[in-house]
Design a protein around this ligand. Structure first.
Ligand code: 3NM
Ligand code: MG
Length: 510
C-alpha cells in the first residue's frame, strides 16, 4: 500500500514567482513549511532543463520525505525516480502504470463522473478534481463546481470502496480552504486535500503563506470556532443573551421590508443597521456580536457583486450569515444568483419558504411568485431541507404553517455521520401571510439570535422561530385585520422576548 498525504499539495508554476526570489527558493520555502506533495508542472522547459529542475526539486522532497510528482512527462518521472500526474489528454493510467510499476503514485485530473469512474477502474492513486473556483492560473473551459459540486464525485469514490484519494484544485487559497474542507464532504467521505498553485507560488512570503495554509487546513473553520456541543443550551438564557448583547444585525434587504425588518430587530432586542455600501462591509463585519442578514431583493449583476463582497467580509471574520434567497425559483436570474452565492460563501443559516428551499436544494419545483405559493407535504419539505442542510453544512429553515429547522452544521464535525436534528415549530396565525415582511423579518430575528448565541446556531434559530410564531399567534388573536396586526406583532414580539414566552419546540433526530 502506498501511503501519501495529499492534504496541502503544491503544483508549481515558474512564471508567477515574485521578483527577487528564485523558483527553487520558492519551492524550498513551501516544502520546509509543510506542503505534503509537490507536483512539478513545467510547460515551457525543454527535456534537459526539465530533468535538471526535477533533480533539484527531488533533493528537497526527498529530504522532507514527501512525494515529487511529475506532470505529464513519464520519461522525466522515470529518469528521476518520481511519481506521475496525467491529464485527460495525456498517457492513459494503465500504460503509465506498466512503465512506472506498482509502487509509484499515479494521479489523474478529472472533473466528470465518467472520468472519476475511469480513474477508479484504471487504478489511479488519486484524482485532482477541478475547477473548484475560477482561476487565473490555467486557461480552461471548465466551470467552477464549488466545494459542494464535488459531493457527487465523492459519492462515486465512496461507493466504489476503493482507496483512491481526491483533492480539489482551482482558485483555492487562504480565504476559502476552510470552507472547501467543510463542504467538500458527504457522510462517511471527505476530500483528502487541496492542490494550489498561485496561492503559494505567487506569494511574496511563500514560507508564511504555506504555514498559514497548512494551519487553516488543519484547524476547524473560523465560522465554526465558537461552536460548543458540550455545553447545555439553555433556551431562556439564549433570549437573555440577545437582550444583554444587543447584537448588531447588518441588513442587506429588499426595499419593501426595510422599515419593518428594522423594527422587528429592535423589538427582539437587536440593533439593526442597513447598509449596501461595499466600502464599509469589512469594517462592519469586525464589530463584536454581529451578523449579516442577506435578503436578495433584486439579484442583478451589480447587486450580486455587492452581496458577494458582504458575504466574503463576514466569512473572512468568521461571523454568522443568514441568507434568504427571495423568490429563488421565480426566474433564471434568481436561480443563477443563488447558485453563485452558495458557491462563493458559507452561510450559517439558509432561510426560505418551501419554493425557495426546494430551489436551493436543487429539487425542481415551479414557483408562482416570491410569496409562498403552495404547501408541499411535510415529508418532502423535510427531505429537501435535510438535503440542503447536509450539502451546505448550514442550518436550513423552511418557513410555513409549520416551520422546519434542520441542523446541517452538526457541531462542525468533520465526519458527518449519525443523526441530523430537525425541529418543528408550530403556531403563528393565518393573517401573517397577508402582511408583507413577516417572512423576511423572521430572518432578522434569526440573525439576532444567532449573533448572540454562537455556541449553537441550530438551537438559536429554533428559539428565534419559536418566539416569532408565539408572537404571531398572540397578535393574530387580538388583531382586527392586517393593519392592526402589524403594530400588535411588534408589541407581542417585544413582550415574548421580555417574558421569555415561547413553546418548547418538537425536536427529533433523523
Ligand atoms: N489544473 P490556482 S486548475 C493546474 O482543473 C490546474 O485541472 C486545474 O491554480 C484543473 O491554485 C489548475 O492558482 C490551476 O488557482 C490552479
Ligand atoms: Mg497535461
Amino acid at each position: 500500500m502506498k501511503s501519501f498525504d495529499l492534504s496541502v499539495y503544491l503544483v508549481t508554476n515558474s512564471e508567477m514567482v515574485p521578483p527577487g526570489v528564485s523558483f527553487l527558493e520558492q519551492v524550498q520555502k513551501a516544502i520546509e513549511n509543510g506542503v505534503t506533495c509537490v507536483q512539478l508542472r513545467e510547460k515551457e522547459l525543454n527535456t534537459r532543463e526539465f530533468i535538471d529542475r526535477a533533480r533539484e526539486v527531488k533533493k528537497l522532497t526527498d529530504k522532507a520525505g514527501i512525494p515529487l510528482i511529475i506532470n505529464d512527462r513519464v520519461d522525466i518521472a522515470l529518469a528521476v525516480d518520481a511519481h506521475l500526474h496525467v491529464g485527460q489528454e495525456d498517457m492513459e493510467v494503465p500504460v503509465a502504470r506498466k512503465l512506472l510499476g506498482p509502487n509509484k503514485i499515479i494521479g489523474v485530473s478529472a472533473s466528470k463522473p465518467e472520468e472519476i469512474q475511469k480513474a477508479l477502474e484504471d487504478g489511479a492513486d488519486y484524482v485532482g478534481v477541478g475547477i473548484c473556483f475560477d482561476t487565473q492560473t490555467k486557461v480552461t473551459k471548465k466551470l467552477p463546481m464549488g466545494p459542494m459540486g464535488s459531493q457527487r464525485l465523492l459519492q462515486i469514490i465512496k461507493d466504489s470502496g476503493k482507496p483512491m484519494k481526491i483533492c480539489l484544485i482551482g482558485g483555492i487559497n487562504h480565504t476559502n480552504i476552510q470552507r472547501v474542507r467543510a463542504q467538500a464532504s458527504i457522510p462517511g467521505r471527505s476530500i483528502d486535500g487541496v492542490a494550489v498553485v498561485s496561492c503559494i507560488m505567487a506569494a511574496q512570503d511563500a514560507a508564511a503563506a504555506t504555514k498559514e495554509l497548512v494551519r487553516l487546513w488543519n484547524d476547524p473553520p473560523n465560522f465554526w470556532d465558537q461552536l460548543d456541543s458540550e455545553s447545555d443550551f439553555n433556551m431562556s438564557a439564549s433570549i437573555a443573551n440577545v437582550l444583554s448583547t444587543r447584537p448588531l444585525v447588518h441588513h442587506i434587504t429588499n426595499d419593501v421590508v426595510k422599515n419593518f425588518s428594522a423594527n422587528v430587530t429592535l423589538a427582539v432586542g437587536g440593533a439593526p443597521l442597513m447598509s449596501e455600501c461595499s466600502e464599509e462591509f469589512d469594517d462592519l463585519a469586525q464589530y463584536p456580536n454581529n451578523s449579516l442578514l442577506l435578503n436578495t431583493g433584486t439579484p442583478n449583476e451589480e447587486q450580486t457583486k455587492m452581496y458577494i463582497t458582504a458575504l466574503k467580509a463576514y466569512n473572512r471574520w468568521g461571523k454568522p450569515i443568514v441568507y434568504d434567497p427571495v423568490g429563488a425559483g421565480a426566474s433564471t436570474t434568481r436561480k443563477q444568483s443563488i447558485k453563485k452565492l452558495l458557491l462563493e460563501a458559507y452561510m450559517t443559516v439558509i432561510k426560505g419558504n418551501q419554493g425557495e428551499i426546494f430551489t436551493a436544494a436543487g429539487v425542481e419545483k415551479s414557483m408562482r411568485g416570491v410569496d409562498s405559493g403552495f404547501e408541499e407535504s411535510l415529508d418532502s419539505v423535510v427531505a429537501a431541507a435535510k438535503k440542503l442542510a447536509v450539502q451546505s453544512r448550514s442550518v436550513v429553515v423552511v418557513s410555513g404553517k409549520t416551520d422546519v429547522v434542520v441542523d446541517g452544521i452538526l457541531h462542525g464535525r468533520r465526519d458527518i455521520t449519525g443523526n441530523v436534528p430537525i425541529a418543528f415549530i408550530r403556531g403563528g396565525h393565518e393573517i401573517m401571510s397577508r402582511v408583507t415582511g413577516t417572512g423576511c423579518s423572521l430572518g432578522s430575528t434569526i440573525a439576532a439570535f444567532v449573533a448572540a448565541n454562537r455556541s449553537n446556531p441550530f438551537l438559536a434559530t429554533v428559539i428565534a422561530c419559536s418566539i416569532y410564531k408565539r408572537a404571531g399567534e398572540k397578535a393574530g388573536a387580538e388583531a382586527s385585520g392586517p393593519g392592526t396586526f402589524q403594530a400588535l406583532f411588534l408589541d407581542k414580539l417585544n413582550e415574548c422576548v421580555k417574558t421569555k414566552d415561547f413553546e418548547n419546540p418538537e425536536i427529533i433526530l433523523t
